[in-house]
Design a protein around this ligand. Structure first.
Ligand code: SAH
Length: 480
């Protein structure tokens, strides 16, 4: 036996809900969204239902069920925890040929309420005929993560222009090409980027154009996060699902790449553009080449594209060449490694600010404001610092940061092989060397780093540490 799927227009129609608890409330909310006139009968109403009743959004009709409650209604839902009462409601409804649903009881139900993915006017309803509600929820979760939230706006726009679109392209084949452009191209991007007016203008232009619009290339600068694929944003995941070409850096993890569309072309620009100086220029040329060929390009970078990722340069290049782009932020190594090492970057007592620094090269170190950085009660997070640990430590000590200031070095943060080495500042270079720390590793210096050991929750606990207690505020600040 199969259920017949159905979307009902309940606008202005009376519907009965029996029950006044949290479950009833959820059903009533959805009915109200669909414009139904909701009558509620229940022994007791929840706080919200009382409020809605006072506001006359719903009509309260009594506490003891009577079949007359069903007079004139189109649908009924029984959502009480009394099975006999639910069965009574269902039987009375069936007698009157009114469709009834009993929450969580498919045997008593004439219709079922599906799990829903809401991108109205696009609505996706999922049913397992009551056999496996958990599976229905999982399917829903999957679709939620895959489907762009701007899709609702796109469908709404297409709906408003439907007649004109059909007039303009009476032949189905041409219309399909147009719809492909609409679904894949710049209109959806503009809607996603909160530019509804421009999106509509573009649609109007396309309707007025001579030919069917051809696909145009675009670039998404996407942050891949630090490695754990669970740290991708939904935007990043969707971009990977739709990419034609992915230009990725060395730091992007295999697990993240594995999520991309199977037939997307993957270009390892970390390897391919080896030489230090030519690297960035070559990446720019590749971007240009792919996008001019009409491909959807994802430029995938470790962490966040705008934190020590040269994303700013790539964006400026694209802008200069009139290429459409979007930027999808990623979880930067500082946030991710700190969290996965149990270190809060700020703390009411121990750190009032966070500085993100790069330890890459002596020149950048020389340019830093050491007296400011050496102050206590602030957290320093150093990217690309493995090679310059000694110089960095020396500068901080020279400018008065307390030698017992805690540090944590996090190697391969968020990956299964994550390793955390902690200790105090004056012993940092020695300990890093003794533990054989290799890039990628992130260095956190500051009072908060003392929390790493006691609060560790991720990865193997092989952690080497020589300092476990949080220093008192006077202790670590004494030399400053
Ligand atoms: N755009 C990136 C940073 C690129 S610079 C971001 O926002 O995270 C590269 C440096 O980032 C590495 O040298 C290292 O210091 C740090 N890093 C990136 N991923 C890391 C990881 N998984 N574990 C530890 N450090 C990481």
């Amino acid at each position: 036996m199969k259920l017949y799927p159905l979307f009902a227009d309940l606008k202005g129609l009376p519907v009965l809900v029996v029950g006044g608890g949290a479950v009833a409330e959820r059903k009533i909310e959805a009915l109200l969204e669909a414009g139904a006139q909701v009558r509620v009968g229940a022994q007791q109403l929840s706080g919200n239902l009382l409020e809605w009743s006072a506001q006359e959004r719903i009509a309260f009709i009594g506490d003891t069920f009577q079949p007359a409650w069903l007079d004139g209604v189109w649908l009924a839902i029984a959502a009480t925890d009394d099975r006999t009462l639910n069965a009574q409601v269902a039987a009375a409804a069936t007698e009157r040929r009114i469709f009834a649903n009993v929450v969580d009881d498919p045997g008593l139900s004439r219709f079922q309420v599906p799990a829903v993915v809401d991108r109205a006017p696009l609505t996706i309803a999922i049913s397992t005929a009551g056999a496996a509600p958990v599976l229905a929820r999982r399917v829903r979760e999957t679709l939620e993560s895959q489907l762009d939230h701007a899709l609702g706006a796109l469908v709404g726009l297409a709906q408003r222009y439907r007649v004109r679109i059909v007039q303009r392209w009476p032949e189905l084949a041409a219309r399909r090409v147009f719809y492909d452009w609409l679904h894949d191209g710049p209109v959806l991007s503009l809607l996603r980027n909160a530019r509804a007016e421009e999106a509509e203008q573009l649609l109007v232009q396309a309707l007025a154009a001579e030919d069917v619009v051809s696909a145009s290339g675009s670039v998404l600068l996407v942050g891949a996060g630090p490695g754990d694929p669970g740290l991708l944003t939904l935007h990043a995941l969707r971009a990977l699902n739709r990419a034609d070409v992915i230009l990725y850096d060395r730091l992007v993890s295999d697990a993240v790449l594995a999520l991309a569309r199977r037939d997307a072309e993957r270009v390892d620009v970390g390897k391919r553009c080896g030489g230090r100086h030519t690297q960035q220029a070559q990446i720019h040329q590749l971007l240009l080449q792919y996008v001019q060929a009409g491909r959807r390009v994802v430029r995938l970078k470790g962490g966040d594209p705008f934190v020590f990722g040269r994303g700013g340069e790539e964006m400026a290049f694209l802008q200069q060449h009139g290429i459409a782009y979007e930027v999808v932020p990623g979880i930067t190594a500082a946030m991710a490694c700190a969290a996965y090492a149990g270190i809060p970057l700020t703390h009411r007592e121990h750190a009032q600010s966070v500085h993100l620094l790069t330890g890459h090269g002596k020149d950048s170190l020389d340019a830093m404001d050491w007296p400011a950085l050496a102050q206590s009660h602030q957290t320093l997070v150093v990217y690309m610092g493995v090679a310059t640990l000694e110089l960095l430590t020396q500068r901080l000590l020279e400018h008065g940061r307390h030698p017992d200031t805690p540090f944590a070095l996090i190697e391969n943060g968020t990956l299964a092989q994550q390793r955390v080495v902690s200790g105090v500042l004056h012993e940092l270079p020695v300990r890093a060397q003794a533990q054989g720390i290799h890039p990628p590793a992130l260095l956190i210096i500051g009072e908060v780093a003392a929390m790493a050991h006691a609060h560790a929750w991720f990865g193997q606990q092989t952690t080497a540490t020589s300092h476990t207690s949080l220093p008192t505020s006077t202790e670590a600040g004494a030399h400053a």
